[in-house]
Design a protein around this ligand. Structure first.
Ligand code: SAM
Length: 330
């Protein structure tokens, strides 16, 4: 089970009363998720894999480049061969966000997430910030935020495999006490935290059945004048409108709303954000999202019409990705 002692101490001694309260039940939430959820047995199996990886004293994590590298320290190289490490990492597929290099293994993830990071990071004040990363997957963006000067990052992602992937890398970081991931959903973050300087929701909103509640919870997590980064698929139009697919969208189940950029702006205004700015609009291509050895399932090329790539396989308008930065105004 993830060691949350530092996070709990940090919250418990915080000036924000809601963080102090959250600290009182964090251990129990994580214990329950890693012992009672449907993936709990897998967690115990994965924990054993940690023993096959190099001891944390032999490695260090460097997030300054586009690939986050976990490399051997000095010339004390661990006993395992690269092929054995690679095989163990393959047991923990799918690897969605990265890229990573783990003791010489080039871990190519489905997403080259450095492209997303480069689109918004210069517009955010990470210096000494307390950051919340909702739907953080394996924590790639959290390490980038710490490298950019964040004081601490708390991520949340309900899928235990991604929590575990984070745990593998976290052990090698000199900053490990500053970056934790909780196995919770957006709605399990207490309302009215009013404590974070930056909240990031990257690639999550489109998957939420209730996008307004998602935005409200992000708004509530921020202190006054805190910054939101909202990055999502959207329809490229300034008209406030929303596409509700009949069934699947890009083969994904559970997509209820694909908003236009104009509708996202309106939602952000309505939930109380000010200084709402679009900092990037991009079309995803196969250099950013693709099938790899570490994510062997369908990816972008399978989701778009091969003849008309401006359409999804279902015949809907293909999305763009939009990144907003906004400020909590009240
Ligand atoms: C498309 S991925 C985006 C990952 C990463 N943030 C990025 O931008 O590349 C969506 C992530 O949200 C997580 N997720 C799904 N439902 C969630 C929820 N209710 N609350 C928080 N995270 C959720 C998934 O496990 C997944 O890691």
């Amino acid at each position: 089970m993830t060691n949350l002692d530092h996070l709990i101490q940090d919250f418990a001694s915080s000036k924000y009363p809601q963080l102090v309260r959250w600290s009182e039940f964090l251990t129990e939430i994580c214990r329950r998720k890693t012992t009672e959820s449907e993936h709990a047995q897998l967690w115990n199996k994965w924990i054993k894999i940690l023993e096959d990886f190099p001891d944390p004293q032999f490695g260090s994590l460097d997030a300054s480049g586009e690939t986050i590298c976990i490399a051997a320290k000095g010339d004390q190289f661990p006993v395992e061969t690269i092929d054995e490490i690679r095989d163990k990492l393959l047991e923990l597929c799918p690897w969605r966000i990265g890229p990573w290099n783990f003791f010489g293994v080039d871990l190519q993830t489905e997403w080259d997430s450095s492209k997303k990071w480069n689109r918004f990071s210069d517009s955010v004040y990470f210096d000494d910030a307390r950051v919340l990363d909702v739907g953080c997957n394996n924590g790639y963006f959290g390490w980038k935020a710490i490298d950019a000067g964040a004081q601490s990052v708390v991520g949340c992602d309900p899928f235990l495999l991604y929590n575990f992937q984070h745990e593998i890398f976290r052990r090698y970081s000199a900053e490990k006490h500053r970056h934790h991931i909780l196995p919770t959903t957006d709605m399990e973050i207490p309302s009215d935290l009013a404590a974070f300087d930056v909240a990031m929701s990257l690639g999550v909103l489109i998957h939420r059945r209730s996008p307004i509640d998602h935005l409200m919870r992000l708004q509530e997590s921020l202190r006054k004048r805190g910054q939101l980064v909202l990055e999502t698929m959207a329809i490229d139009s300034e008209k406030a409108d929303v596409l509700v697919p009949e069934d699947r969208y890009m083969k994904m189940r559970g997509i209820w709303f694909v908003p236009t950029i104009g509708m996202l702006r309106r939602w952000l205004d309505r939930v109380g954000f000010v200084d709402v700015k679009v900092v990037d609009v991009s079309v995803t291509d196969s250099s950013e999202q693709r099938r790899t050895d570490f994510m062997p399932f369908e990816s972008l090329a399978d989701f778009l019409d091969p003849e008309v790539p401006e359409k999804t396989v279902e015949g809907y308008a293909a999305p763009v990705r939009v990144a907003f930065v906004a400020v909590k105004g009240r």
